[in-house]
Design a protein around this ligand. Structure first.
Ligand code: PMP
Length: 397
Protein backbone atom coordinates (compact mmCIF):
# COMPACT_ATOMS: atom_id res chain seq x y z
CA UNK A 1 0.00 0.00 0.00
CA UNK A 2 2.84 2.35 0.80
CA UNK A 3 4.15 1.95 -2.72
CA UNK A 4 0.68 2.52 -4.17
CA UNK A 5 0.15 5.59 -2.01
CA UNK A 6 3.41 7.04 -3.29
CA UNK A 7 2.15 6.57 -6.86
CA UNK A 8 -1.26 8.04 -6.15
CA UNK A 9 -0.14 11.12 -4.25
CA UNK A 10 -0.11 14.43 -6.10
CA UNK A 11 3.16 16.20 -6.92
CA UNK A 12 1.70 19.09 -4.96
CA UNK A 13 1.56 17.28 -1.63
CA UNK A 14 4.88 15.56 -2.23
CA UNK A 15 6.45 19.00 -2.63
CA UNK A 16 4.95 20.23 0.66
CA UNK A 17 7.07 19.80 3.79
CA UNK A 18 5.20 18.55 6.86
CA UNK A 19 5.13 21.10 9.65
CA UNK A 20 8.28 20.60 11.65
CA UNK A 21 6.74 22.57 14.48
CA UNK A 22 3.71 20.33 14.84
CA UNK A 23 5.98 17.30 15.28
CA UNK A 24 8.14 19.17 17.77
CA UNK A 25 5.09 20.34 19.66
CA UNK A 26 4.01 16.75 20.11
CA UNK A 27 7.29 15.96 21.88
CA UNK A 28 7.30 19.24 23.74
CA UNK A 29 3.79 18.74 25.06
CA UNK A 30 5.28 16.44 27.72
CA UNK A 31 4.68 18.60 30.83
CA UNK A 32 8.19 17.91 32.13
CA UNK A 33 9.69 19.69 29.13
CA UNK A 34 10.21 23.44 29.22
CA UNK A 35 9.19 24.42 25.72
CA UNK A 36 10.16 27.61 23.93
CA UNK A 37 9.23 25.86 20.69
CA UNK A 38 5.59 26.69 20.00
CA UNK A 39 4.11 29.99 18.96
CA UNK A 40 1.32 29.86 21.49
CA UNK A 41 -0.15 33.12 22.76
CA UNK A 42 -0.36 33.33 26.54
CA UNK A 43 -3.88 32.35 27.67
CA UNK A 44 -4.12 35.82 29.25
CA UNK A 45 -4.82 37.02 25.72
CA UNK A 46 -8.08 35.06 25.66
CA UNK A 47 -10.73 37.30 27.28
CA UNK A 48 -12.71 34.29 28.45
CA UNK A 49 -15.23 36.00 30.73
CA UNK A 50 -16.04 38.61 28.12
CA UNK A 51 -16.31 35.95 25.41
CA UNK A 52 -18.73 34.02 27.59
CA UNK A 53 -20.95 37.10 27.88
CA UNK A 54 -20.71 37.65 24.12
CA UNK A 55 -21.54 34.03 23.45
CA UNK A 56 -24.76 34.21 25.37
CA UNK A 57 -25.67 37.58 23.87
CA UNK A 58 -25.14 36.51 20.26
CA UNK A 59 -27.12 33.29 20.67
CA UNK A 60 -30.01 35.23 22.19
CA UNK A 61 -29.80 38.11 19.69
CA UNK A 62 -28.98 36.43 16.39
CA UNK A 63 -30.33 32.92 17.02
CA UNK A 64 -30.36 30.73 13.97
CA UNK A 65 -28.08 33.05 11.93
CA UNK A 66 -25.21 31.75 14.04
CA UNK A 67 -25.86 28.20 13.00
CA UNK A 68 -26.78 28.73 9.36
CA UNK A 69 -24.59 28.83 6.25
CA UNK A 70 -23.34 32.33 5.53
CA UNK A 71 -21.61 34.42 2.85
CA UNK A 72 -18.06 33.71 1.67
CA UNK A 73 -16.62 37.21 2.20
CA UNK A 74 -17.50 37.12 5.89
CA UNK A 75 -19.84 38.80 8.37
CA UNK A 76 -20.48 42.35 7.07
CA UNK A 77 -20.51 43.81 10.60
CA UNK A 78 -17.09 42.35 11.37
CA UNK A 79 -15.69 43.55 8.03
CA UNK A 80 -17.06 47.03 8.77
CA UNK A 81 -15.40 46.99 12.19
CA UNK A 82 -12.06 46.04 10.62
CA UNK A 83 -12.40 48.69 7.89
CA UNK A 84 -13.21 51.40 10.49
CA UNK A 85 -10.34 50.36 12.76
CA UNK A 86 -7.74 50.39 9.98
CA UNK A 87 -9.08 53.64 8.55
CA UNK A 88 -8.85 55.28 11.93
CA UNK A 89 -5.48 53.87 12.95
CA UNK A 90 -3.64 54.02 9.64
CA UNK A 91 -5.50 56.66 7.60
CA UNK A 92 -6.66 54.08 5.05
CA UNK A 93 -9.85 54.44 2.99
CA UNK A 94 -11.36 51.00 3.26
CA UNK A 95 -14.92 49.83 2.87
CA UNK A 96 -16.19 46.35 3.57
CA UNK A 97 -15.52 45.46 -0.08
CA UNK A 98 -11.81 45.68 0.74
CA UNK A 99 -12.04 43.06 3.49
CA UNK A 100 -12.34 39.29 3.19
CA UNK A 101 -12.57 37.18 6.34
CA UNK A 102 -10.39 34.07 6.30
CA UNK A 103 -10.04 31.00 8.48
CA UNK A 104 -6.96 32.47 10.16
CA UNK A 105 -4.21 34.23 8.23
CA UNK A 106 -2.93 30.78 7.45
CA UNK A 107 -5.82 30.28 5.05
CA UNK A 108 -5.06 33.65 3.47
CA UNK A 109 -1.56 32.40 2.66
CA UNK A 110 -3.00 29.31 1.03
CA UNK A 111 -5.67 31.19 -0.94
CA UNK A 112 -3.29 33.86 -2.20
CA UNK A 113 -0.89 31.27 -3.54
CA UNK A 114 -3.75 29.20 -4.97
CA UNK A 115 -4.98 32.23 -6.88
CA UNK A 116 -1.62 33.58 -8.06
CA UNK A 117 0.83 30.71 -8.47
CA UNK A 118 1.41 28.35 -11.32
CA UNK A 119 4.12 25.72 -10.90
CA UNK A 120 7.52 27.37 -11.33
CA UNK A 121 6.34 30.95 -10.69
CA UNK A 122 8.57 33.06 -8.51
CA UNK A 123 7.87 34.03 -4.91
CA UNK A 124 10.20 36.28 -2.94
CA UNK A 125 10.41 35.42 0.76
CA UNK A 126 12.52 36.67 3.62
CA UNK A 127 15.50 34.56 4.59
CA UNK A 128 14.50 33.19 7.09
CA UNK A 129 10.69 33.28 6.80
CA UNK A 130 7.58 31.98 8.55
CA UNK A 131 7.58 28.23 8.01
CA UNK A 132 3.78 28.06 7.75
CA UNK A 133 3.98 30.41 4.77
CA UNK A 134 6.76 28.36 3.17
CA UNK A 135 4.56 25.31 3.63
CA UNK A 136 1.45 26.99 2.18
CA UNK A 137 3.32 28.32 -0.86
CA UNK A 138 5.16 25.02 -1.43
CA UNK A 139 1.88 23.28 -2.27
CA UNK A 140 1.83 25.26 -5.52
CA UNK A 141 5.45 24.38 -6.36
CA UNK A 142 6.84 27.87 -6.94
CA UNK A 143 10.48 28.87 -7.27
CA UNK A 144 11.47 30.58 -4.06
CA UNK A 145 13.81 33.58 -4.12
CA UNK A 146 14.89 34.19 -0.51
CA UNK A 147 16.10 37.68 0.33
CA UNK A 148 18.31 38.11 3.36
CA UNK A 149 16.67 39.71 6.37
CA UNK A 150 18.95 42.10 8.25
CA UNK A 151 18.52 43.99 11.55
CA UNK A 152 16.86 46.83 9.62
CA UNK A 153 14.77 44.85 7.12
CA UNK A 154 15.24 43.33 3.68
CA UNK A 155 18.65 43.44 2.04
CA UNK A 156 17.85 45.88 -0.78
CA UNK A 157 20.52 44.60 -3.18
CA UNK A 158 19.27 41.04 -2.76
CA UNK A 159 15.72 42.26 -3.31
CA UNK A 160 16.66 44.00 -6.55
CA UNK A 161 18.49 40.90 -7.76
CA UNK A 162 15.54 38.64 -6.85
CA UNK A 163 13.20 40.91 -8.80
CA UNK A 164 15.13 40.12 -11.98
CA UNK A 165 13.28 36.78 -11.93
CA UNK A 166 9.73 36.08 -13.00
CA UNK A 167 8.06 36.86 -9.67
CA UNK A 168 4.33 36.87 -8.79
CA UNK A 169 4.50 38.19 -5.25
CA UNK A 170 6.74 39.08 -2.37
CA UNK A 171 5.88 37.86 1.11
CA UNK A 172 6.99 39.99 4.07
CA UNK A 173 6.40 40.21 7.83
CA UNK A 174 7.67 43.73 8.58
CA UNK A 175 6.77 43.85 12.30
CA UNK A 176 8.34 41.44 14.82
CA UNK A 177 8.95 38.88 12.18
CA UNK A 178 8.35 35.19 12.73
CA UNK A 179 10.91 33.66 13.32
CA UNK A 180 13.45 36.44 14.03
CA UNK A 181 11.50 39.05 15.99
CA UNK A 182 13.08 41.69 13.70
CA UNK A 183 11.25 44.81 12.48
CA UNK A 184 11.91 46.65 9.22
CA UNK A 185 13.03 50.26 9.74
CA UNK A 186 10.99 53.15 8.30
CA UNK A 187 13.74 53.79 5.77
CA UNK A 188 13.83 50.16 4.66
CA UNK A 189 10.05 50.20 4.19
CA UNK A 190 10.31 53.30 2.02
CA UNK A 191 13.08 51.80 -0.09
CA UNK A 192 11.00 48.66 -0.66
CA UNK A 193 7.95 50.76 -1.54
CA UNK A 194 9.96 52.83 -4.06
CA UNK A 195 11.21 49.64 -5.71
CA UNK A 196 7.86 47.84 -5.74
CA UNK A 197 5.84 50.73 -7.11
CA UNK A 198 7.70 50.20 -10.39
CA UNK A 199 6.85 46.47 -10.44
CA UNK A 200 3.80 44.53 -11.55
CA UNK A 201 3.82 42.12 -8.65
CA UNK A 202 1.81 41.78 -5.47
CA UNK A 203 3.16 42.66 -2.04
CA UNK A 204 1.86 40.49 0.80
CA UNK A 205 2.39 42.16 4.19
CA UNK A 206 1.57 39.66 6.90
CA UNK A 207 0.88 41.52 10.14
CA UNK A 208 -0.27 39.24 12.96
CA UNK A 209 1.96 40.93 15.55
CA UNK A 210 1.82 44.69 14.79
CA UNK A 211 -0.47 45.42 17.76
CA UNK A 212 1.95 43.66 20.10
CA UNK A 213 4.60 46.39 20.06
CA UNK A 214 6.07 46.98 23.50
CA UNK A 215 8.88 49.31 22.52
CA UNK A 216 9.06 52.26 20.12
CA UNK A 217 6.50 53.73 17.74
CA UNK A 218 4.40 51.84 15.26
CA UNK A 219 5.75 52.24 11.71
CA UNK A 220 3.67 52.68 8.55
CA UNK A 221 2.92 49.73 6.32
CA UNK A 222 5.06 49.29 3.23
CA UNK A 223 2.19 49.03 0.79
CA UNK A 224 -1.22 49.38 2.43
CA UNK A 225 -2.85 52.63 1.36
CA UNK A 226 -0.20 53.47 -1.24
CA UNK A 227 0.49 50.42 -3.43
CA UNK A 228 -2.50 49.28 -5.48
CA UNK A 229 -1.15 45.74 -5.44
CA UNK A 230 -0.87 45.55 -1.70
CA UNK A 231 -2.35 42.65 0.22
CA UNK A 232 -2.37 43.13 3.99
CA UNK A 233 -3.09 40.22 6.31
CA UNK A 234 -4.45 40.51 9.82
CA UNK A 235 -5.74 38.09 12.44
CA UNK A 236 -7.43 37.96 15.83
CA UNK A 237 -5.29 34.96 16.79
CA UNK A 238 -2.74 36.83 18.87
CA UNK A 239 -5.05 39.39 20.45
CA UNK A 240 -8.36 37.58 21.07
CA UNK A 241 -8.22 33.85 20.32
CA UNK A 242 -6.37 31.63 17.83
CA UNK A 243 -8.83 28.77 18.35
CA UNK A 244 -11.66 30.68 16.66
CA UNK A 245 -9.57 30.76 13.46
CA UNK A 246 -10.54 34.27 12.38
CA UNK A 247 -8.25 36.33 10.19
CA UNK A 248 -8.67 38.73 7.28
CA UNK A 249 -7.27 39.97 3.99
CA UNK A 250 -7.27 43.70 3.25
CA UNK A 251 -6.72 44.89 -0.30
CA UNK A 252 -7.68 47.83 -2.45
CA UNK A 253 -7.59 45.45 -5.38
CA UNK A 254 -11.21 44.29 -5.21
CA UNK A 255 -10.79 42.34 -8.47
CA UNK A 256 -8.14 40.17 -6.80
CA UNK A 257 -10.38 39.76 -3.75
CA UNK A 258 -13.12 38.38 -6.01
CA UNK A 259 -10.78 35.66 -7.24
CA UNK A 260 -9.66 34.92 -3.69
CA UNK A 261 -13.30 34.69 -2.69
CA UNK A 262 -13.90 32.08 -5.41
CA UNK A 263 -10.92 30.08 -4.12
CA UNK A 264 -12.26 30.36 -0.58
CA UNK A 265 -15.71 29.25 -1.65
CA UNK A 266 -14.16 26.15 -3.21
CA UNK A 267 -12.16 25.54 -0.08
CA UNK A 268 -14.56 26.03 2.86
CA UNK A 269 -17.59 28.08 1.66
CA UNK A 270 -17.01 30.54 4.49
CA UNK A 271 -15.22 30.97 7.80
CA UNK A 272 -17.07 29.66 10.85
CA UNK A 273 -19.88 32.18 11.29
CA UNK A 274 -20.23 31.58 15.04
CA UNK A 275 -16.60 32.62 15.50
CA UNK A 276 -17.14 35.73 13.41
CA UNK A 277 -20.21 36.83 15.39
CA UNK A 278 -18.43 36.04 18.65
CA UNK A 279 -15.36 38.10 17.84
CA UNK A 280 -17.39 40.97 16.40
CA UNK A 281 -19.63 41.13 19.47
CA UNK A 282 -16.58 41.02 21.75
CA UNK A 283 -14.95 43.88 19.85
CA UNK A 284 -18.13 45.98 19.89
CA UNK A 285 -18.75 45.62 23.63
CA UNK A 286 -15.27 45.78 25.13
CA UNK A 287 -12.22 48.00 25.21
CA UNK A 288 -10.11 46.04 22.73
CA UNK A 289 -7.16 48.42 22.92
CA UNK A 290 -7.05 48.16 26.72
CA UNK A 291 -7.02 44.37 26.36
CA UNK A 292 -4.18 44.53 23.83
CA UNK A 293 -2.25 46.85 26.18
CA UNK A 294 -2.43 44.16 28.87
CA UNK A 295 -1.02 41.52 26.53
CA UNK A 296 1.76 43.88 25.45
CA UNK A 297 2.76 44.54 29.03
CA UNK A 298 2.98 40.86 29.84
CA UNK A 299 4.99 40.03 26.70
CA UNK A 300 7.36 42.90 27.38
CA UNK A 301 8.09 41.49 30.85
CA UNK A 302 8.54 37.98 29.49
CA UNK A 303 10.78 39.09 26.62
CA UNK A 304 12.90 41.13 29.01
CA UNK A 305 13.16 38.18 31.35
CA UNK A 306 14.34 35.93 28.56
CA UNK A 307 16.90 38.46 27.33
CA UNK A 308 18.23 39.03 30.86
CA UNK A 309 18.52 35.27 31.38
CA UNK A 310 20.38 34.92 28.08
CA UNK A 311 22.77 37.70 29.08
CA UNK A 312 23.41 35.76 32.27
CA UNK A 313 23.64 32.18 31.07
CA UNK A 314 24.60 32.10 27.37
CA UNK A 315 28.25 32.05 26.22
CA UNK A 316 29.26 35.46 24.84
CA UNK A 317 29.78 34.05 21.35
CA UNK A 318 26.04 33.34 21.04
CA UNK A 319 24.05 36.21 19.55
CA UNK A 320 20.35 36.94 19.65
CA UNK A 321 17.87 39.54 18.46
CA UNK A 322 16.21 42.00 20.86
CA UNK A 323 12.61 42.24 19.64
CA UNK A 324 10.47 45.36 20.14
CA UNK A 325 7.28 43.33 20.11
CA UNK A 326 5.69 40.08 19.03
CA UNK A 327 6.39 36.63 20.40
CA UNK A 328 9.81 35.41 19.29
CA UNK A 329 13.51 35.97 19.39
CA UNK A 330 16.18 34.43 17.23
CA UNK A 331 19.44 32.96 18.39
CA UNK A 332 22.57 32.66 16.26
CA UNK A 333 25.19 30.18 17.45
CA UNK A 334 28.84 30.37 16.43
CA UNK A 335 29.53 29.33 12.82
CA UNK A 336 29.45 25.57 12.23
CA UNK A 337 27.29 24.64 15.22
CA UNK A 338 24.09 22.95 14.11
CA UNK A 339 21.02 23.86 16.17
CA UNK A 340 19.36 20.73 14.81
CA UNK A 341 22.02 18.49 16.34
CA UNK A 342 21.68 20.42 19.59
CA UNK A 343 17.96 19.68 19.67
CA UNK A 344 18.04 16.01 20.93
CA UNK A 345 20.60 16.97 23.57
CA UNK A 346 18.31 19.78 24.70
CA UNK A 347 15.37 17.36 24.88
CA UNK A 348 17.44 15.12 27.17
CA UNK A 349 17.74 18.14 29.49
CA UNK A 350 13.98 18.64 29.06
CA UNK A 351 14.12 21.81 27.07
CA UNK A 352 12.74 22.47 23.56
CA UNK A 353 13.18 25.14 20.88
CA UNK A 354 12.76 25.22 17.12
CA UNK A 355 16.01 24.72 15.17
CA UNK A 356 16.28 27.28 12.36
CA UNK A 357 16.30 24.92 9.35
CA UNK A 358 12.57 24.81 8.50
CA UNK A 359 12.48 28.62 8.27
CA UNK A 360 14.86 28.52 5.32
CA UNK A 361 14.42 27.14 1.82
CA UNK A 362 16.53 24.00 1.43
CA UNK A 363 19.12 24.68 4.15
CA UNK A 364 20.35 22.11 6.65
CA UNK A 365 22.18 22.30 9.94
CA UNK A 366 21.99 26.05 10.25
CA UNK A 367 23.40 27.66 13.39
CA UNK A 368 20.11 29.37 14.30
CA UNK A 369 17.10 28.69 16.49
CA UNK A 370 13.79 30.33 17.38
CA UNK A 371 12.66 30.84 20.96
CA UNK A 372 9.15 31.82 22.05
CA UNK A 373 8.77 33.80 25.26
CA UNK A 374 5.02 34.30 25.51
CA UNK A 375 3.85 31.06 26.98
CA UNK A 376 6.10 30.44 30.00
CA UNK A 377 6.23 32.21 33.35
CA UNK A 378 9.32 34.05 34.56
CA UNK A 379 10.78 31.21 36.68
CA UNK A 380 10.30 28.74 33.86
CA UNK A 381 12.01 31.09 31.42
CA UNK A 382 14.93 31.49 33.81
CA UNK A 383 15.26 27.75 34.40
CA UNK A 384 14.92 26.88 30.71
CA UNK A 385 17.47 29.43 29.54
CA UNK A 386 19.83 28.35 32.33
CA UNK A 387 19.69 24.73 31.10
CA UNK A 388 20.09 25.78 27.49
CA UNK A 389 23.00 28.03 28.43
CA UNK A 390 24.79 25.15 30.21
CA UNK A 391 24.33 22.96 27.16
CA UNK A 392 25.69 25.66 24.86
CA UNK A 393 28.71 26.19 27.11
CA UNK A 394 29.45 22.43 26.92
CA UNK A 395 29.21 22.54 23.14
CA UNK A 396 31.07 25.73 22.46
CA UNK A 397 33.94 25.72 24.94
N1 PMP B 1 1.55 34.49 9.70
C1 PMP B 1 2.50 34.50 10.64
C2 PMP B 1 3.73 35.31 10.40
C3 PMP B 1 2.35 33.77 11.82
O1 PMP B 1 3.33 33.80 12.74
C4 PMP B 1 1.16 33.03 12.02
C5 PMP B 1 0.90 32.25 13.29
N2 PMP B 1 1.93 31.54 13.81
C6 PMP B 1 0.20 33.03 11.00
C7 PMP B 1 0.42 33.79 9.87
C8 PMP B 1 -1.07 32.24 11.11
O2 PMP B 1 -1.94 32.80 12.02
P1 PMP B 1 -3.47 32.46 12.10
O3 PMP B 1 -3.68 31.90 13.46
O4 PMP B 1 -4.17 33.77 11.90
O5 PMP B 1 -3.80 31.48 11.02
Amino acid sequence: MEHLLEELLSDRIKATPPSFIRSILKTASNPEIISFAGGLPNPVSFPQEELLVSMERIVRTYGSSLFQYSITAGLPELRQYIADRYNQKFGLHLSIDNILITTGSQQALDLISKVLLNKGDGVIVEKPSYLGAIQAFSQYQPNFYPVELTESGLNIEHLQAALQNDVKFIYTIPDFQNPTGLTYSAENRDRIYEILKEQDIFLVEDDPYGDLRFEGERLPYIGAGRLPNSILLGTFSKTVTPGMRTGFIISENTELLKYISVAKEASDLHTNIFSQYLIWDYLEHNDYDAHIAQIRKLYQTQAQFMMDAMDRYFPKSVQYTRPHGGMFLWVTLPEGISALSLFPKALEKKIAFVPGDPFYIGMKDTNTMRLNYTNADSETIDEGIHRLGDLLKDMIL
